[in-house]
Structure formats: C-alpha cells, structure tokens
Design a protein around this ligand. Structure first.
Ligand code: GAR
Length: 192
C-alpha cells in the first residue's frame, strides 16, 4: 500500500453491494483509499463472505452479543483502532450510531443514503419519492454527524422517476448510481 492510501473500514448490515463497489474501485493502483476492514452488525451478512473472498478482514460485531448499544460500539471502535483505520464508510449499515461514537470519529464517517438529501432522511425513501410524485430521485454521500442523515453533503447523483416506476424499479435505478457515486465520493473525501 502506498503512503497516501487512506485505510478505510466499511460497515455493513447485509448484502454489501456498495461495499463491493468500494472494494472494486480501491483495487485501481491510483485510487487514494484502500478497504482494509469490513464490519457487520449481523453475523449472517452476505457481504462478510465476499470481503473474506477478497482477502479483506471481515468481522461480525453482532449487537445481540453485547449488553447494550454502547458496548457494541465500543467493540467496533476498538476494532477500528486495532486496524489503524483512518476513515469509515457506512454502506447499508442499518443501525444508528450514537453521538458518542460519531464524536470519536468526527468528520471521518461517510454514509450513502438512497435519496437526494435533505429530502427523505430515514427509511422507505423510494416509496416516499413515488408517493410525493417526484420527477427526480437519487442518492447522496454525506459526512455523518449526530443528526440522522443531516451531515454535510459530499456528492449526489440523480435519476429520473419514470412513468410506471414502482419501488423495485426505482431502487434498482438508484442502486446503479450508488455504486458509481460512493467510490467517487470516497476519493473526493480523502483527497481533500
Ligand atoms: C443501499 O441502497 C443504501 O443506500 C441503503 O441501504 C442499501 C444497502 O445496500 N442505505 C440506507 O438506507 C441507510 N439509511 P447494499 O448492502 O447492497 O450496499
């Protein structure tokens, strides 16, 4: 690894398709970050197996194994420190981080969110865009702060909402953009 490559951990909860996109991008020799650790809050997250197949350390820190949220986050924090992590990417990590954890990593946590923030923080973003009759929808990479999905925006990608769209078709269209946006936004964030 070259001196200037930032050591990045990706936090997931499930299939990890955005994590895969970040791993693929970071294989390019001139990419300024390297995914060196994947953590899931669920033991059975499919993304863990993929990471291991890519020779990336992949660890489940399952909420169920800890007394409370603080204890689970302490375990995540220790693991990040042990692996000399410089930046964290949340990629479908479906557990809200406490302000205490975010403060320890202030300005060093990115998240990808499936809407054009500040529209539709939280869940069910595609349904909400359809219900509102939006003509444009998309995804956002932002810096994580103590307030849910409200931190400074790094980059966004738009997609059209087409006649006849349902949640599945819109989800798929946005996801294609997520996989392009996150690697680009991570490179921007570490090159600043
Ligand atoms: C992605 O669409 C991501 O934007 C979303 O979960 C999906 C995870 O897919 N994240 C959130 O909704 C966060 N609030 P992936 O596991 O295949 O990357």
């Amino acid at each position: 690894m070259s001196e200037r490559e930032k050591r990045v951990a990706v936090l997931i909860s499930g299939r990890g398709s955005n994590m895969k996109a970040l791993v693929a991008a970071s294989r390019a020799p001139d990419y300024p970050a390297k995914i060196v650790l994947v953590i899931s809050n669920k033991q059975d997250a499919a993304g863990l197996e993929f990471a291991r197949s890519e020779n990336i350390t992949a660890i489940a820190i399952d909420a169920k194994a800890y007394q409370d949220r603080a204890a689970q986050e302490d375990a995540i924090h220790q693991t990040l420190i042990e692996h000399n992590i410089e930046l964290i990417c949340l990629a479908g990590y479906m557990r809200i981080l406490t302000e205490n954890f975010v403060a320890k990593w202030s300005g060093k946590i990115l998240n990808i969110h499936p809407s054009l923030l500040p529209k539709y923080p939280g869940l069910n973003t595609h349904q909400r865009a359809l219900d509102a009759g939006d003509k444009e929808h998309g995804c956002t990479v932002h810096i994580v702060t103590g307030e849910l999905d409200a931190g400074p925006i790094v980059a966004q990608a738009e997609v059209p909402v087409l006649p006849g769209d349902d949640v599945d078709s819109l989800t798929a269209r946005v996801l294609i953009e997520e996989h392009k946006l996150y690697p680009r936004a991570l490179a921007m964030a570490v090159s600043k």
